[in-house]
Design a protein around this ligand. Sequence first.
Ligand code: URA
Length: 221
Amino acid sequence: MAAATDALGRADELAGLAAAVSGCTRCPLAAGRTQVVFGSGDPAADLMFVGEAPGFHEDQQGVPFVGQAGKLLERLLAGIGLERREVYIANVIKCRPPGNRDPQPEEIEACEGYLFRQVELIQPRVVATLGNFATKLLSGKPTGITRVHGQEQATTVGGRSVLLYPLYHPAAALYTPAMLKVLESDFARLPELLGRETAPAAPPEPLLRVVTEAPVQLGLF
Ligand code: URA
């Protein structure tokens, strides 16, 4: 009972956060958006997906992953017996970058607190990152998706212990059959990961990162 009350409280807070973020002007993307795309799905989902940024259709409809990549994501979910309303789907940044260009570091920095708070409130067991942007942000490491896809790692996001599970971005897999095969087989492991006991989280990365190399190139893969 207490847990259910707690979940209701967190769902309310998530709705409140969505309302507050709908008027966000933390970065210049606010000027070009139709609307903020906060996230959608079960506010108490065990499984959360994090993509990159809204595209044209998401910006129009205010819902993440409603275009071609979203159709593929729904098909992959159906393959493991889930519907999108049973998971939670969000993006690293909540507003559409012009011409669907890559999110800029300062946009990610302005927006990341919203994602961390979403994780804190939803309390998913598994956070599946779709592509490089989400994977690098939530792992805190520069290693690209090609090297880490399908490799789960216990970590802390928004103060929560979660199993981070990097996957290829469905938009990249749409046009690359070999990548789609890999995405399908990585996806098939999700039920097993969801059934696992949550491992104790690794200690958080230090907040201060000394930059000695060229900026990490974030891309779909
Ligand atoms: N690609 C993303 O990363 N997010 C969306 O919401 C849609 C496409």
